[in-house]
Design a protein around this ligand. Structure first.
Ligand code: MN
Length: 130
């Protein structure tokens, strides 16, 4: 699988760090800076995984996750929320909206890529039941 990882993130510093770490470990990356742009990219070319910020302009991450999960071509594409929210309820909410897991901000450069790999290998709820 050589599909890129799609990052949906509006903060340029976070985008830079995630892109840098993933590219350093050999992953191709495509970027979207808001939800609608990310949904369109994912629809046109299903990526290997989607990293999804929660606080985004136009559509928040919850709405984006719900939209992505309505696209059958993305059934097997893991959605990993990248969240700075400390509240357990917010994590539950993004998982309910369709994310398969989450990574906490601030991003830890030493563990970030391993976390992503684990989520990719874990697949999606849809791929587990089939
Ligand atoms: Mn944001």
């Amino acid at each position: 699988m050589n599909e890129p990882i799609l990052i949906i993130e509006d903060n340029e510093q976070n985008m830079y760090l995630m892109r840098f770490l993933l590219q350093k470990h050999g992953f191709a990356v495509v970027e979207a800076h808001d939800g609608p742009a990310g949904i369109e990219l994912a629809r046109c070319a299903p990526p290997r995984a989607i990293l999804l910020d929660i606080q985004l302009p136009l559509l928040d991450g919850y709405a984006v996750a719900e939209e992505l999960r309505r696209i059958p071509a993305l059934d097997r594409v893991p959605i990993i929320a990248v969240t700075s929210y400390a509240m357990v309820g917010d994590r539950e909410r993004i998982l309910t909206a369709g994310a398969d897991g989450y990574i906490e901000k601030p991003i830890n450069p030493d563990t970030f890529v391993d976390q992503i790999r684990r989520h990719i290998e874990g697949g999606t709820d849809a791929s587990k039941v089939r």
